[in-house]
Design a protein around this ligand. Sequence first.
Ligand code: SF4
Length: 375
Amino acid sequence: MIASNCQAHRNRVPAVSQHQSALLDWYDQHARRLPWRYAPGQPADAYRVWLSEVMLQQTTVASVIPYFLSFTERWPTVEALALAPLEDLLEAWAGLGYYARARNLHACARTVSLDHGGQFPSDLNALRALPGVGDYTAAAIRAVAFGLPAVVVDGNIERIMSRLARIEAPLPKGKVAIRAEAARRAPDQRCGDYAQALMDLGASICLPKAPRCAACPLAFECLALRDGGPELAAQYPRKLPKKAKPTRHGAALWLSDAQGRVFIRRRSEKGLLASMLEIPSTDWCSSDQPLAAPDWLGLDWQRQDAEVRHTFTHFHLRLTLYSARLPRGGDAALQATLSQERDARWVAPELLGELGLPTLMRKIAIAAELADGPG
Ligand code: SF4
């Protein structure tokens, strides 16, 4: 038993070290320049690594860069971010989507500030205990910010490993084998460069639909390429057929006053888009029944020839646009009701873009601008 383990070990060491050196040599020449990356030989800043990793979840590098630059200019340290009001952070985050991440970002900054003296821990369990930090982000911070060994596996790295080893088990079941492949290849040195090299390879060479195998430094060990070329490789990772997303329906309520200003408020602290500013809407229902005219405030809501479409993680949303206008001088009782809404305000439509509205709300504002009736 001991002999066979040693034999297996001897057999695999050259391949693993060849894998690591091929990838790191490639990285030394082709590393992407990104604002959160440290210069070679310089220590990384855990705050910047963490911030970029949270922003990059579900979002492209190109979308993240301007947000990253404005966040780090406004809040240069984790302690500065911890002191920021949540509303400011949510508004600065607007447009990046998945707003639970922004709330976790704030909670995590506070935890690091209060419980860790403003320094991110390097221990995996301590990292995992921070709000919003999952296995991937914890491993990425440990490897990239501290240069310590960690098995970093995101979607890009899943794709690479599943192709290198031709892992047939479909996701999510296949994650176990993928992780084992990633762990087997992970180095003890240059851990941060190695993790970032895999991320870069996934972003520029081992692409989802059309892998550029001719330019790949790992082609020598790729079983999918060996067995069926890039066409076969593109079929990994194996996936179960996707379930269709349900569609929910509702009405967006564009309420303007006699001066043409539009009414907005802040959403509740719980649920989707929690605590974000919003243009009001009715409940979002799954029913296929025709949408009833809204009765909010007892106003005469006019249906506009405009539908706003948006997709969340688990459902599609279709909002029909309705508009109403308060009479000049308003109705005192109505104004009093509206003033009870959370963070209620009237805003000139041309100033909505400055408020950090989430993407869905921006779409409603554009639809209202394009429709003839409102405004
Ligand atoms: S050879 Fe092709 S499929 Fe294999 S890891 Fe490289 S780019 Fe991906």
